[in-house]
Design a protein around this ligand. Structure first.
Ligand code: HGY
Ligand code: MN
Ligand code: MN
Length: 429
């Protein structure tokens, strides 16, 4: 698909500064505090997995804030939520910002939600300054970016952009056997009055603000990172089938022990994945044993693979070997490998990245350009419209952990750059 270039520069530096200066650090911080109460877990973290009651409550809170400002709130068939601030030319493709509200089961108070709240803060800053834009601006909360409850991740943005079919998501079940379809209907039924909008609407541009989830910006004392692209990600599910047996009476020779085979497979994969420059990211995060009893030899193991690398060729070469190695090291058991997520490395367009840099320079906010190790909804949006991201530091780079933390002043600095870029892309009258 040909990606249009972003709308021409159409605002003055003064207008961009006026908009950005109206961002209120405390209002933004208090919104994070209020959201963090929904699904709060010990250690200052959050468990607000996608399409759970906590997710539904967080959506309701966001909608109440949006409605209090008179913004139009819409939803699509996979429950992506859109908050729209009208533009003078309301038929023009909107400039969109946002991220996700769902979290990991042991997640943090900033991953995802920061991008949604930064977008809302940007709209309010424009209101507070009485700035009317040419194009409408929308804030989006994408459904199921994390992929921890229903795998894989980024379902909402993938379906919105046409990279995945909604029908393929509906039968996916969580660990309790609940189908995505029923959790989705429960969520949509919680906001019955919201206007429904179609997938694949034409967008003018997309900018996502997110915490870095790495240590670089904090280590360099930089409040903002401007992201040039996202490394590739491959997800697999490996099923190892053995035979359950009595732990006391079955000799080792006679066993088809699924745990023993799974451990051998994982260690062989780790050897294959080893690289001297520590660029490969290979993670087995889920390891489910059946029947999971201390005195029964395991009949079956299902384990996940999350493999990432910035180089498409390395990603492909190593991914190709996963199935063969799994079969070779399965011993007396049977191993089957299914790929559930395959995203090549993506690069954002130079011109829209340049517009974000211009915004940071206008505001004299220190930044560096950098790539993203984490995947984001922006990965899918970059296939349908000019797309870029900005990062703010998080403490020691910790994320996907209740200890995830960020500073109010950094969240505000990132939001100011976002606001300046949004009004620049949306144009003013
Ligand atoms: O896994 C990821 O990269 C994202 O944080 N969900
Ligand atoms: Mn995220
Ligand atoms: Mn995440």
């Amino acid at each position: 698909m040909v990606i249009d270039s972003p709308p021409k520069v159409s605002t003055s530096r003064e207008i961009r500064l006026t908009a950005a200066q109206a961002v209120r650090e405390n209002r933004l911080w208090q919104r994070h505090v209020a959201m963090a109460r929904i699904g709060a877990i010990p250690g200052n973290g959050v468990n607000r997995q996608c399409l759970t009651h906590e997710d539904i409550r967080a959506r309701a809170l966001l909608i109440s804030w949006a409605k209090a400002r008179g913004y139009r709130v819409t939803v699509d068939d996979i429950a992506n939520l859109f908050i729209r601030r009208a533009g003078l030319d309301d038929s023009a493709p909107p400039i969109v910002t946002g991220s996700h509200m769902d979290t990991q089961p042991a997640g943090g108070r900033f991953d995802g939600i920061y991008g949604v709240l930064a977008g809302l803060e940007a709209l309010e800053a424009l209101d507070d300054q009485g700035l009317q834009t040419q194009r409408p601006i929308e804030v989006v909360a994408w459904t199921n970016e994390e992929g921890s409850r229903f795998s894989p991740g980024a379902m909402g943005s993938a379906v919105f952009t046409g990279a995945r079919l909604l029908e393929d998501c509906l039968p996916v079940t969580d660990l309790e056997g609940i189908r995505f379809e029923s959790a989705l209907h429960q969520t949509l039924n919680a906001t019955p009055s919201l206007e429904r909008v179609p997938f694949r609407r034409r967008l003018g541009a997309y900018i996502e603000a997110h915490i870095e989830q790495g240590p670089e910006l904090e280590a360099k004392g930089l409040p903002v990172g401007i992201v040039t692209g996202i490394q590739g990600s491959r997800w697999f599910l490996v099923k190892v089938e053995g035979e359950s047996a009595h732990a006391g009476t079955t000799s080792l020779r006679a066993r088809k022990d699924a745990v023993r085979s799974a451990v051998n497979i994982i260690s062989a994969l780790q050897d294959m994945m080893h690289d001297g420059d520590d660029q490969v990211r290979f993670t087995v995060g889920r390891f489910d044993v059946t029947p999971n009893s201390p005195n029964t030899v395991a009949e079956e193991v299902m384990f996940s693979i999350d493999f990432r690398h910035p180089d498409a060729a390395v990603l492909e070469t190593k991914a190709q070997r996963i199935s063969e190695i799994s079969k070779r090291f399965a011993g007396p058991c049977k191993a089957t490998v299914v790929e559930t997520f395959n995203r090549a490395p993506s690069a954002f367009g130079a011109d829209i990245v340049g517009r974000l840099e211009q915004a940071a320079q206008d505001l004299d906010i220190g930044y560096q350009t950098m790539a993203s190790g984490a995947f984001h909804d922006a990965n899918f949006l970059s296939e349908v419209c000019p797309t870029a991201m900005l990062f703010v530091p998080c403490e020691r780079g910790i994320s996907h952990n209740p200890a995830e933390n960020a500073k109010p002043e950094d969240l505000a600095a990132g939001t100011r750059v976002l606001t300046a870029a949004l009004i620049d892309l949306a144009g003013t009258v």
